[in-house]
Write a new protein. Structure first.
Length: 306
């Protein structure tokens, strides 16, 4: 018995809490996240590879229609219009604190920053990415899945690899307080977290959020992610939107509006209270009781509600 107690106390203090009970069921009712009496609203369909989304300071939403080589915009009424044609095969996009839209142009192997009128400035060249995140310091983190790396582009345009720990890094988001980066690894059941250092380096990488998978599968096909102002993480997966509290515990699974599985999830609207998802070739939104956290603005989240 003494040796068992010793092992318990020597366990790493960062071990994800959910590991202690991997079968733990979500405990937050959907009604505490989604507004009661409302349903998913279909905004548009027929899009090809809605790879990523971005939300500006006002809450206006932008998303990529990669195979049609364009970026589209959703206004507050839910109307979708074309914002930019000939996007260079843009996949990953994110809004920066400087008011520009950052886009990973897959076909041109570069990352650019776009002003509100669509004027491009090159941020980095020789790169391809499906997802990226911009921090409050205007530094860009992007996932390079084929090479199993996460890269950083600093404000001077210098590019360096900051992690090679994941098998297939995909979706990437900074936490509301800008202290962590969360990264999905869709061929596994984990979302990893990394601590952001002063120089932009990442350390203390570990699998933190354990996702639920379809029966008989070890893969989640996890895609986009977003945080709310309470620090809860929302992850788009084949079984729906999986929600986790700041301690890494499963809080809820929001049923998908369609049958193809959710590929992206994000908050938008004037008060960041609309929850949007992409499901197959369709884009939906639904009113939420939570508020989304701005992706590139530091904000200290309130404590977990569980």
């Amino acid at each position: 018995m003494r040796s068992i107690v010793t092992l318990v106390f020597l366990a790493p203090i960062w071990t994800p809490l959910i590991q202690a009970d991997p079968q733990r069921r979500p405990v937050v009712p959907q009604s505490e996240i989604l507004a009661p009496g409302k349903d998913w609203e279909l905004l548009g369909q027929g899009y090809q590879l809605t790879a990523d989304t971005a939300v500006d300071r006002e809450g206006l939403v932008y998303f990529t229609d990669a195979r049609n080589d364009r970026i589209l915009k959703i206004d507050f009424q839910g109307k979708i219009t074309i914002w930019k044609e000939n996007s260079g095969g843009a996949h990953g996009i994110a809004y920066g604190p400087d008011g520009r839209l950052y886009a990973g142009q897959h076909d041109r192997k570069r990352i650019v920053a776009l002003t509100p009128d669509g004027k491009e400035s090159i941020v980095a060249e020789g790169v391809q990415t499906h997802h990226l995140a911009v921090t409050e310091r205007n530094e860009v983190y992007f996932a390079d899945a084929p090479n199993h790396k996460i890269w950083l582009v600093d404000v001077a345009g210098n590019k360096r690899a900051v992690s090679g720990d994941l098998n297939w890094p995909h979706g990437i988001r900074a936490s509301p307080d800008q202290s962590l980066v969360a990264v999905t690894d869709p061929h596994t059941s984990w979302v990893w977290t990394f601590r952001i250092q002063r120089d932009g380096s990442l350390d203390k990488g570990r699998p933190f959020y354990r996702l639920q998978t379809p029966d008989g599968s070890s893969e989640t096909d996890a895609g986009g992610m977003t945080f709310d102002t309470a620090g809860f993480l929302y992850v788009a997966t084949t079984v729906g939107v999986q929600v986790y509290d700041p301690a890494g515990r499963a809080a809820a699974i929001l049923n998908p509006p369609g049958r193809d599985g959710v590929s992206d999830v994000f908050f938008g609207g004037p008060d960041m209270q609309w929850l949007f998802v992409t499901d197959g070739d369709r884009v939906y939104r639904r009113l939420s009781t939570r508020r989304g956290a701005a992706a590139s603005t530091s904000a200290k989240p309130v404590g977990p509600r569980l």
